[in-house]
Ligand binder design. Structure first.
Ligand SMILES: Nc1ncnc2c1ncn2[C@@H]1O[C@H](COP(=O)(O)OP(=O)(O)OP(=O)(O)O)[C@@H](O)[C@H]1O
Ligand SMILES: [Mg+2]
Length: 428
């Protein structure tokens, strides 16, 4: 099996998202370690502007939220499906919940994967250019030259993003259109995950009767849901604190720069509490969530301790672990840049999480909520299911990328591109 090139992978990922947006409804399914969620939106195709996703055209208005459903996760460990049959059963249940709620029969979706050990790589292409002024056609031709192959044996690409351009050797240019130059270079970021995790997801989806319209890293999807346009452009980091995984996605220049997945999350806090108090995991989970809701812990768990003592013990267990989690996050942040951090995921419901995050990370931290899927029927769903909401925003972003048309035009003349459908069959 030949390895696919960066540019063909980029086009293939985009083509699948665009195909999903051609249907009446689009669904995003987050395969989390503690719960599976499904968000369905109606697509208003007239609002999708394929050529110019500018600040003045709100292409996300094309998504009109119809349904949000969730079921407990099954068959998932550290963000990866380890029991296909159990996960498929939970997915069938999720689809049934969605149908019950909205009458919509979901038969395909974009999926989010929180585990799979994502890694970020970069690829480049450059060319001497015959014209003095750069336009879309020149950009498309240079991008299409990125034939670097992606090693495909044990990892698969989920995200391929053109990051920035180099003009006559000067790097870091986000939009080179109109600039006079003799040479133009482009840099892509590639985010890959372990092949086995992706294949297990495809098998579970298939067993549940669902087509896979694309797969994204969960934290990247959450970032696309929660970060404002300014944060995406000027630079920000999304930290999604889940059950088994804390995902970190860095954005700048309106592009996804890197993704990390740390195998620590809310379940570790619960396990710490269970161990410290010598109680079962389920009881510790209830106590943790009650504490987050400001409900005092029952003193009887400590054999009749005085009022407040159980709470102090709980805080004494939780705080150091949360600090440790943020220290791990800090190690993944880009050096020398003080971009703000936005938190989401069930784990960020811990009281005081913003303050602890700020103290450890030394930068501005805020709580995030989904802001890109219109028509939300209730506000909590937008806060609760950021990843699944973000999958829909991800599809729209892919579909409306400003360089799509230029790249497609450049590639169209090439016979290699006509084999795109065969590529799908071969590589997914
Ligand atoms: N009110 C709350 N207070 C504290 N923690 C909470 C609260 N509600 C949920 N959590 C924690 O959030 C975690 C689950 O978060 P989330 O639903 O985002 O995870 P997930 O997406 O299923 O998993 P992952 O992203 O790790 O694969 C659990 O550890 C849970 O204990
Ligand atoms: Mg999650």
């Amino acid at each position: 099996m030949s390895s696919p090139s960066v540019i063909r992978t980029h086009q293939a990922i985009k083509a699948r998202a665009s195909a999903a947006l051609e249907k009446r409804h689009i669904a995003g399914i987050d395969i989390g370690s503690t719960r599976f969620s499904c968000v369905v939106a109606r697509v208003r195709p007239e609002m999708l502007n394929r050529t110019g996703r500018g600040r003045d055209s709100d292409v996300f208005a094309a998504l009109e939220l119809e349904s949000v459903a969730e079921v407990p996760a099954a068959g998932v460990y550290q963000g990866v499906i380890v029991d296909v049959e159990a996960a498929a059963k939970a997915l069938r249940n999720l689809i049934a919940q969605t149908r019950l709620q909205s009458g919509i029969q979901v038969d395909g979706a974009l999926f989010a994967l929180s585990g799979g050990s994502p890694r970020t790589l970069q690829a480049n292409a450059s060319s001497e250019i015959p014209v003095r002024r750069i336009d879309d056609a020149v950009i498309g031709r240079v991008m299409a030259r990125c034939r670097q192959e992606i090693a495909h044996r044990i990892r698969r690409p989920l995200h391929v993003e053109p990051l920035d351009f180099t003009l006559d050797g000067k790097s870091g240019v986000y939009d080179p259109r109109g600039a006079p130059a003799r040479s133009l270079g482009v840099r892509f970021s590639l985010i890959t995950v372990e092949r086995d995790g992706l294949q297990a997801l495809a098998s579970a989806a298939n067993a549940a009767g669902l087509k896979v319209h694309g797969v994204a890293c969960a934290s990247a999807a959450s970032g696309m849901a929660c970060l404002t346009e300014d944060e995406l452009t000027l630079g920000a980091t999304l930290v999604d604190i889940g059950g088994d995984v804390t995902g970190v996605a860095n954005f700048k220049g309106d592009r996804l720069r890197s993704v990390h997945a740390l195998t620590v999350g809310g379940a570790l806090l619960t396990a710490d509490i269970a161990q410290a108090l010598d109680i079962p995991f389920d009881k510790a989970e209830l106590m943790k969530c009650a504490q987050a809701a400001g409900i005092s812990a029952d003193p009887s768990i400590l054999g009749g301790a005085g009022p407040g003592e159980a709470d102090n013990l709980l805080i004494g267990v939780i705080r150091p672990r949360v600090e440790e989690m943020f220290e791990l996050v800090r190690a993944t942040l880009p050096h020398g840049e003080h971009r703000p951090v936005v938190l989401c995921g069930g784990g960020c419901r811990m009281p005081g999480i913003v303050e602890v995050g700020q103290a450890v990370l030394g930068r501005r931290v805020r709580l995030g909520r989904s802001i890109r899927t219109g028509g939300s029927k209730n506000a909590t769903s937008a806060q609760d299911h950021a990843t699944a909401h973000g999958l829909l925003a991800h599809a729209v972003r892919l579909n409306c990328d400003p360089w799509n048309e230029a790249m497609e035009n450049a590639l169209q003349g090439e016979r290699a591109f006509s084999g795109l459908r065969a590529w799908f069959a071969e590589h997914w």
